[in-house]
Design a binder for this molecule. Structure first.
Ligand SMILES: [Zn+2]
Length: 104
């Protein structure tokens, strides 16, 4: 993988360029369609779409409900999205002792 900013060769799984410090993984990680664990109503499908397209979750839920009643597409696509969309990984916080040890 090459850094888009300075053009130097960097590690494939690197989130930050070791040469210029530009974040590489940030834009990639943000564009993943998944179901968040917090703030969901049923399975987090609408919330996942809202975060992905950067729109209000209420708008997504309303559109989804309206299309469910009008056409039935929403009714069929919800369980499909529930199965297909991965769940947001658990956010693991680093133990306090580890951070203290690195700081003198
Ligand atoms: Zn760079």
């Amino acid at each position: 993988m090459y850094c888009n900013y300075c053009g130097k060769v960097i590690q494939d799984d690197a989130a930050v360029c070791a040469y210029c410090g530009v974040r590489i993984g940030a834009s990639l990680a943000r564009k993943r369609l998944m179901r968040p664990r917090h703030g969901r109503k049923i399975a987090g499908v609408c919330l996942g779409f809202a975060e992905y397209f950067d729109v209000d979750v209420t708008v997504v839920r309303l559109v989804w409900l309206i299309t469910s009643f009008m056409t039935g597409i929403g009714l069929i696509s919800y369980p499909i999205a529930w199965i297909v969309m991965p769940e947001e990984p658990l956010l693991l916080t680093a133990p306090v002792g580890v951070q203290r040890a690195t700081n003198p």
